[in-house]
Design a protein around this ligand. Structure first.
Ligand SMILES: [Zn+2]
Length: 204
């Protein structure tokens, strides 16, 4: 497959769980792999766009705090690829690679956060959060933890990979009848099935 670096566009209204959205930063279009994390700016923009999916937005509350380095981009892509392989192993009921598990577990422990009390004068008290790492590292750590919870829980059984021709995305089966990552993929799969039947009939 050729590799094209373009920004991932939003493909559907309903968001997948956080680790699935992260896995889907690698997609495909017209036979080419589409890298959604092509630059540190792509990573920053992706994290900011998906901040509502994080269990504890904490350090992600301010866009200005999200500054990714090239090294963090590499780390994000390596983590993303490990997440993809682990989700695929869960979907296909195959044995995972120990390296991928080790990588996710290491990322999970890279940052710790805790709540702090913010209370000035006679104003109502509020809560903020502090963490041991910068916002980007913390966000990647939260993604790894979300994957651990998803794969180890009952919801892991509802993960699917899209079987539409050429699609490499994963999705969470929110609804029993959901068979594709998007309605566009459902339509393409129906067209492909129709064409295959048409060719088979012509050969008879
Ligand atoms: Zn699809």
């Amino acid at each position: 497959m050729a590799k094209a670096v373009v920004t991932n566009s939003s493909r559907k209204a309903q968001a997948e769980p956080l680790p699935v959205e992260f896995a889907n930063t690698l997609s495909a279009a017209r036979g080419c792999t589409v890298e959604g994390l092509g630059s540190p700016a792509d990573l920053e923009a992706w994290l900011w766009r998906h901040r509502d999916l994080f269990p504890d937005p904490g350090p992600l509350r301010e866009e200005t705090a999200l500054r990714a380095s090239e090294q963090q981009l590499s780390h994000a892509c390596v983590l993303r690829d490990a997440v993809r392989r682990l989700i695929a192993a869960r979907v296909d009921r195959k044995a995972p690679h120990p390296w991928d598990i080790a990588h996710v577990n290491r990322a999970s422990g890279m940052s710790q956060a805790w709540p702090v009390l913010v209370w000035q004068g006679t104003r109502a008290p509020g809560a903020d959060s502090l963490c041991t790492a910068d916002a980007v590292t913390h966000a990647l750590s939260l993604i790894a933890r979300s994957l651990v919870v998803l794969l180890a829980g009952e919801q892991g059984a509802l993960l699917r990979s899209c079987r539409a021709p050429g699609c490499v995305l994963f999705f969470y089966r929110h609804h029993p009848r959901r068979a594709w990552c998007s309605s566009g993929c459902g339509n393409r799969a129906r067209v492909a099935r129709h064409q295959a039947r048409h060719c088979a009939d012509n050969r008879k």
